[in-house]
Write a protein of this length. Structure first.
Length: 279
Protein backbone atom coordinates (compact mmCIF):
# COMPACT_ATOMS: atom_id res chain seq x y z
CA UNK A 1 0.00 0.00 0.00
CA UNK A 2 1.27 3.49 -0.85
CA UNK A 3 0.84 6.88 0.73
CA UNK A 4 -1.98 9.35 0.22
CA UNK A 5 -1.64 13.14 0.12
CA UNK A 6 -3.72 15.21 2.53
CA UNK A 7 -4.11 18.75 1.17
CA UNK A 8 -4.49 21.55 3.73
CA UNK A 9 -4.37 24.46 1.33
CA UNK A 10 -2.50 26.57 -1.21
CA UNK A 11 -0.21 29.58 -0.97
CA UNK A 12 1.84 31.65 -3.46
CA UNK A 13 5.20 30.05 -4.16
CA UNK A 14 6.92 33.43 -3.77
CA UNK A 15 5.73 33.70 -0.16
CA UNK A 16 6.88 30.19 0.63
CA UNK A 17 10.32 31.01 -0.77
CA UNK A 18 10.58 33.97 1.61
CA UNK A 19 9.23 32.18 4.68
CA UNK A 20 9.86 28.47 5.10
CA UNK A 21 7.12 26.22 6.42
CA UNK A 22 7.40 25.73 10.20
CA UNK A 23 7.48 22.22 11.65
CA UNK A 24 3.84 21.07 11.99
CA UNK A 25 2.54 17.61 12.84
CA UNK A 26 0.37 16.03 10.16
CA UNK A 27 -3.14 14.60 10.13
CA UNK A 28 -2.13 11.18 11.48
CA UNK A 29 -0.21 12.65 14.42
CA UNK A 30 3.04 11.15 13.14
CA UNK A 31 3.95 12.71 9.79
CA UNK A 32 4.95 16.32 9.20
CA UNK A 33 3.57 18.91 6.81
CA UNK A 34 5.66 19.69 3.73
CA UNK A 35 5.32 21.72 0.54
CA UNK A 36 4.72 20.79 -3.08
CA UNK A 37 5.62 23.72 -5.39
CA UNK A 38 3.54 23.62 -8.57
CA UNK A 39 4.47 26.65 -10.64
CA UNK A 40 3.38 29.86 -8.94
CA UNK A 41 1.31 27.93 -6.38
CA UNK A 42 2.57 25.80 -3.52
CA UNK A 43 0.44 23.07 -1.96
CA UNK A 44 0.85 22.43 1.77
CA UNK A 45 0.33 18.74 2.43
CA UNK A 46 1.20 15.72 4.53
CA UNK A 47 1.38 12.02 3.69
CA UNK A 48 -0.99 9.41 5.11
CA UNK A 49 -0.71 5.61 4.96
CA UNK A 50 -3.32 4.31 2.51
CA UNK A 51 -4.14 1.20 4.51
CA UNK A 52 -5.37 3.40 7.39
CA UNK A 53 -6.78 6.45 5.57
CA UNK A 54 -8.42 4.98 2.49
CA UNK A 55 -11.93 6.13 1.53
CA UNK A 56 -13.73 3.24 3.21
CA UNK A 57 -11.94 3.69 6.54
CA UNK A 58 -12.45 7.46 6.62
CA UNK A 59 -16.14 7.15 5.78
CA UNK A 60 -16.53 4.64 8.61
CA UNK A 61 -14.71 6.93 11.06
CA UNK A 62 -16.73 10.00 10.06
CA UNK A 63 -20.03 8.22 10.61
CA UNK A 64 -19.21 6.00 13.58
CA UNK A 65 -16.37 7.48 15.62
CA UNK A 66 -17.32 10.91 16.98
CA UNK A 67 -14.17 11.18 19.11
CA UNK A 68 -11.96 10.59 16.05
CA UNK A 69 -13.98 13.06 13.98
CA UNK A 70 -13.79 15.80 16.60
CA UNK A 71 -10.07 15.29 17.10
CA UNK A 72 -9.27 15.35 13.38
CA UNK A 73 -11.61 18.25 12.63
CA UNK A 74 -9.94 20.24 15.43
CA UNK A 75 -6.49 19.43 14.00
CA UNK A 76 -7.58 20.54 10.53
CA UNK A 77 -9.09 23.78 11.80
CA UNK A 78 -6.11 24.65 14.00
CA UNK A 79 -3.64 23.89 11.22
CA UNK A 80 -5.58 25.92 8.65
CA UNK A 81 -5.86 28.85 11.08
CA UNK A 82 -2.11 28.78 11.79
CA UNK A 83 -1.19 28.65 8.09
CA UNK A 84 -3.62 31.49 7.37
CA UNK A 85 -1.71 33.61 9.90
CA UNK A 86 1.60 32.93 8.15
CA UNK A 87 0.75 33.19 4.45
CA UNK A 88 -1.78 34.35 1.90
CA UNK A 89 -3.68 31.11 2.09
CA UNK A 90 -6.51 29.28 0.31
CA UNK A 91 -7.89 26.66 2.72
CA UNK A 92 -9.24 23.31 1.59
CA UNK A 93 -12.09 21.36 3.11
CA UNK A 94 -11.68 18.73 5.80
CA UNK A 95 -10.34 15.44 4.41
CA UNK A 96 -9.32 16.66 0.97
CA UNK A 97 -7.10 13.71 0.05
CA UNK A 98 -5.40 12.78 -3.21
CA UNK A 99 -4.28 9.27 -4.12
CA UNK A 100 -2.01 10.44 -6.92
CA UNK A 101 0.28 13.52 -6.79
CA UNK A 102 -0.21 13.88 -10.55
CA UNK A 103 -3.93 14.52 -10.03
CA UNK A 104 -3.17 17.26 -7.53
CA UNK A 105 -0.61 18.84 -9.86
CA UNK A 106 -3.02 18.71 -12.81
CA UNK A 107 -5.83 20.31 -10.81
CA UNK A 108 -3.63 23.19 -9.63
CA UNK A 109 -2.00 23.72 -13.03
CA UNK A 110 -5.42 23.91 -14.69
CA UNK A 111 -6.47 26.59 -12.20
CA UNK A 112 -3.31 28.72 -12.34
CA UNK A 113 -4.97 31.94 -13.54
CA UNK A 114 -7.88 31.58 -11.13
CA UNK A 115 -5.54 30.90 -8.20
CA UNK A 116 -3.39 33.89 -9.03
CA UNK A 117 -6.43 36.17 -8.90
CA UNK A 118 -7.62 34.57 -5.65
CA UNK A 119 -4.26 35.18 -4.00
CA UNK A 120 -4.37 38.84 -5.02
CA UNK A 121 -7.88 39.20 -3.62
CA UNK A 122 -7.11 37.45 -0.34
CA UNK A 123 -3.86 39.36 0.15
CA UNK A 124 -5.79 42.65 0.23
CA UNK A 125 -8.83 41.48 2.20
CA UNK A 126 -9.88 39.63 5.35
CA UNK A 127 -12.81 37.30 5.98
CA UNK A 128 -15.08 38.25 8.88
CA UNK A 129 -18.26 36.54 10.06
CA UNK A 130 -21.39 37.94 11.68
CA UNK A 131 -23.77 35.91 13.81
CA UNK A 132 -26.80 37.36 15.58
CA UNK A 133 -28.71 35.61 18.35
CA UNK A 134 -32.10 36.45 19.84
CA UNK A 135 -33.79 35.81 23.18
CA UNK A 136 -37.00 34.74 21.51
CA UNK A 137 -39.31 34.82 24.53
CA UNK A 138 -38.15 38.32 25.43
CA UNK A 139 -38.84 39.53 21.89
CA UNK A 140 -42.20 37.77 21.84
CA UNK A 141 -43.24 39.46 25.10
CA UNK A 142 -42.17 42.84 23.76
CA UNK A 143 -44.21 42.35 20.59
CA UNK A 144 -47.28 41.41 22.61
CA UNK A 145 -46.96 44.54 24.75
CA UNK A 146 -46.06 47.20 22.22
CA UNK A 147 -46.99 46.23 18.68
CA UNK A 148 -49.71 48.62 17.40
CA UNK A 149 -51.56 45.94 15.40
CA UNK A 150 -51.84 43.78 18.49
CA UNK A 151 -52.95 46.67 20.67
CA UNK A 152 -55.79 47.38 18.28
CA UNK A 153 -56.65 43.68 18.12
CA UNK A 154 -56.83 43.47 21.93
CA UNK A 155 -59.32 46.34 22.00
CA UNK A 156 -61.48 44.62 19.38
CA UNK A 157 -61.39 41.28 21.23
CA UNK A 158 -62.42 42.87 24.52
CA UNK A 159 -65.69 43.97 22.91
CA UNK A 160 -66.55 40.47 21.63
CA UNK A 161 -68.63 37.78 23.36
CA UNK A 162 -66.54 35.49 25.56
CA UNK A 163 -66.87 32.51 23.19
CA UNK A 164 -65.53 34.51 20.26
CA UNK A 165 -62.68 35.91 22.34
CA UNK A 166 -61.05 32.50 22.70
CA UNK A 167 -60.78 31.99 18.92
CA UNK A 168 -59.69 35.55 18.26
CA UNK A 169 -56.90 35.23 20.84
CA UNK A 170 -55.69 32.15 18.97
CA UNK A 171 -55.48 34.29 15.85
CA UNK A 172 -53.44 36.80 17.84
CA UNK A 173 -50.86 34.11 18.57
CA UNK A 174 -50.45 33.61 14.83
CA UNK A 175 -49.97 37.35 14.36
CA UNK A 176 -47.30 37.34 17.08
CA UNK A 177 -45.49 34.40 15.45
CA UNK A 178 -45.47 36.16 12.07
CA UNK A 179 -44.30 39.43 13.56
CA UNK A 180 -41.60 37.61 15.53
CA UNK A 181 -40.07 36.18 12.37
CA UNK A 182 -40.28 39.55 10.64
CA UNK A 183 -38.49 41.26 13.53
CA UNK A 184 -35.71 38.65 13.47
CA UNK A 185 -35.17 39.05 9.74
CA UNK A 186 -35.37 42.83 9.85
CA UNK A 187 -32.80 43.14 12.63
CA UNK A 188 -30.20 41.07 10.79
CA UNK A 189 -30.91 42.64 7.41
CA UNK A 190 -30.62 46.19 8.74
CA UNK A 191 -27.08 45.56 10.02
CA UNK A 192 -26.20 43.54 6.92
CA UNK A 193 -27.18 46.46 4.68
CA UNK A 194 -24.63 48.66 6.43
CA UNK A 195 -21.85 46.07 6.36
CA UNK A 196 -22.15 44.92 2.78
CA UNK A 197 -21.46 48.44 1.54
CA UNK A 198 -18.01 48.16 3.15
CA UNK A 199 -17.21 44.62 2.01
CA UNK A 200 -15.70 43.51 -1.29
CA UNK A 201 -17.92 40.43 -1.20
CA UNK A 202 -20.38 38.80 1.16
CA UNK A 203 -22.60 35.75 1.63
CA UNK A 204 -25.66 35.08 3.81
CA UNK A 205 -25.64 31.57 5.24
CA UNK A 206 -28.10 29.21 6.86
CA UNK A 207 -28.64 29.74 10.58
CA UNK A 208 -27.33 27.07 12.94
CA UNK A 209 -29.61 25.30 15.38
CA UNK A 210 -28.98 25.23 19.12
CA UNK A 211 -27.35 21.81 18.95
CA UNK A 212 -24.59 23.33 16.84
CA UNK A 213 -24.17 26.62 18.72
CA UNK A 214 -24.56 25.21 22.25
CA UNK A 215 -26.37 28.44 23.21
CA UNK A 216 -29.80 29.07 24.70
CA UNK A 217 -30.50 31.90 22.27
CA UNK A 218 -31.74 31.29 18.72
CA UNK A 219 -29.40 32.19 15.87
CA UNK A 220 -31.33 34.55 13.60
CA UNK A 221 -28.57 35.76 11.24
CA UNK A 222 -25.40 34.20 9.86
CA UNK A 223 -23.22 35.89 7.23
CA UNK A 224 -19.63 36.28 6.07
CA UNK A 225 -17.84 39.27 4.54
CA UNK A 226 -14.65 39.83 2.63
CA UNK A 227 -13.43 43.16 3.96
CA UNK A 228 -10.57 45.30 2.61
CA UNK A 229 -7.85 45.40 5.24
CA UNK A 230 -7.87 49.19 5.33
CA UNK A 231 -11.62 49.14 6.12
CA UNK A 232 -11.64 46.50 8.87
CA UNK A 233 -11.76 49.07 11.66
CA UNK A 234 -14.66 50.85 9.95
CA UNK A 235 -16.40 47.49 9.62
CA UNK A 236 -15.97 46.72 13.33
CA UNK A 237 -17.02 50.23 14.35
CA UNK A 238 -20.25 49.86 12.37
CA UNK A 239 -21.10 46.72 14.31
CA UNK A 240 -20.18 48.28 17.66
CA UNK A 241 -22.29 51.37 16.97
CA UNK A 242 -25.23 49.26 15.88
CA UNK A 243 -24.92 47.16 19.04
CA UNK A 244 -24.75 50.22 21.29
CA UNK A 245 -27.95 51.58 19.75
CA UNK A 246 -29.93 48.61 21.04
CA UNK A 247 -31.82 49.60 24.19
CA UNK A 248 -32.15 46.11 25.68
CA UNK A 249 -30.48 42.70 25.75
CA UNK A 250 -32.84 40.93 23.36
CA UNK A 251 -30.09 40.63 20.77
CA UNK A 252 -26.55 39.29 20.90
CA UNK A 253 -24.23 40.29 18.05
CA UNK A 254 -21.08 38.25 17.46
CA UNK A 255 -18.54 39.42 14.86
CA UNK A 256 -15.31 37.43 14.54
CA UNK A 257 -12.25 37.40 12.30
CA UNK A 258 -10.07 37.44 10.45
CA UNK A 259 -10.70 33.84 9.38
CA UNK A 260 -9.20 31.63 6.68
CA UNK A 261 -11.09 32.51 3.52
CA UNK A 262 -13.37 29.49 3.29
CA UNK A 263 -16.19 31.49 1.71
CA UNK A 264 -14.32 33.67 -0.78
CA UNK A 265 -11.55 31.61 -2.39
CA UNK A 266 -12.93 30.19 -5.62
CA UNK A 267 -10.67 27.15 -5.63
CA UNK A 268 -11.83 25.96 -2.22
CA UNK A 269 -15.46 26.37 -3.23
CA UNK A 270 -15.42 24.59 -6.52
CA UNK A 271 -12.14 23.14 -7.70
CA UNK A 272 -11.01 20.90 -4.87
CA UNK A 273 -11.77 17.20 -5.01
CA UNK A 274 -12.48 15.43 -1.78
CA UNK A 275 -11.29 11.92 -1.22
CA UNK A 276 -14.01 9.87 -2.85
CA UNK A 277 -13.83 11.85 -6.11
CA UNK A 278 -10.15 12.22 -6.97
CA UNK A 279 -8.81 8.70 -7.49
Amino acid sequence: MGNLIYLYGLTPTTEMEKRALPSITGFDGKSSLYTLPIGETTAIVCELPEDEYNAKNIENKVHNDMEWLQDKAFHHHETITFLHQQYTFIPLKFCTIYEDPANLQATISASEEQLSQSFKTLHANEEWTLKIYCKEQKLRDAIKKTHPVLEKKKEEIAKLPRGRQFFEKKKMDSIVDKQLEQEKDLFGESLHEELKSIATNYTVKKNWDKDMTGLKEDMVWNSAYLVPKEKVEVFKDKILTFEEQQADTTWKIEATGPWPAYHFSDFSQGEEKQYANNS
